[in-house]
Design a protein around this ligand. Sequence first.
Ligand code: KG4
Ligand code: ZN
Length: 345
Amino acid sequence: MTKAKIILGIETSCDETAAAILIKEGETISIVAENVASSAELQAKWGGVLPEEAARQQLESIIPVITQTLNDANLNPDQIDVIAVTQGPGLIGSLLVGVETAKTLSLVWNKPLIPINHLIGHFYANWISDSNQVTPSFPALGLLVSGGHTDLVLFTDYYQYQYLGGTRDDAAGECFDKSARLLNLPYPGGPRISKLAEQGNPNNYPLPIPMLDSNDLDFSFSGLKTAVANLVRQFGSNQLSDQQTKDVCASLEKTVIQSLIRTTKRALNIHPVKHLMIAGGVAANKALQTEFSKIISQEFPDITLHLPNPKHCTDNAVMIAAAAFFHPEVENPLTVQANPNLELA
Ligand code: KG4
Ligand code: ZN
């Protein structure tokens, strides 16, 4: 574990360029400053992320975002103890911008560099003082629900964890994004589907809950996306009305949440823990937060549920800096390489 008090975090795994400065006082981790520049609106033109364009936007944004964050914190580089950066997984062009910038700053400012696995980093959004009164302790079950991952992980210590199960095909966020395309809704699909779902009836177009008969800890969401495609096809040239689209969104959101809850409950029954932490972009979903809170308080009253502030569910640098406080320091920044295929293992 690093002894650092002030950490600069940098995150550039996909279409967000993010920097954050965090301070640790005693056991409390607080945000001093944070900034995120997103090229998501630009990416929406293509209906998804165009890797080359995302990397170009990262290059344009990285220095302004870091400079702004130092200015907002009213700190100079001398006052930073450690630099933390997302090493992977993600898009290689985007990752390289963050990693090579962090390596350069680390050498020029003479600061240690800590590379962070983006997937593990997501969970550390639960250690920020503004999101939770109580920080997680171990053992803890982690559910990661993002654009590329849906994983259940059992943490026995900060960087000791066991992968319990995950999606066999599409991730939950991917299912939202691909279904949104089928429904002619812009990228990223999750937030848009969630908004429309608020005015929809989830029972008008019931969708199948994935893996209903399964007894393991895996997920599957590609069948759900196909069910949405079939539904859209049934309407043929008669486009779905606005209300029908809202109903399908409500049904899809409800079914994804039901599937996540079923498998998480199964994991909690197998692994008796006192803490459940949820993380990743899909965890920003209001209905998901409400349903999980309800289930945990009703059926697992001894378990503390940890949910990050929604703005720290989607990609950000706060979680990367927070993760670094519990990570050993790396001596030589030149050994750190971006790794687009980094896994949980
Ligand atoms: O964690 P994240 O920002 O990036 C990855 O590491 O993948 O997650 C992005 C995913 C996208 O699929 C997006 O549609 C989804 O999170 N998402 C949501 C919501 N906000 C973002 N899904 C459902 N409801 C939301 N409110
Ligand atoms: Zn992410």
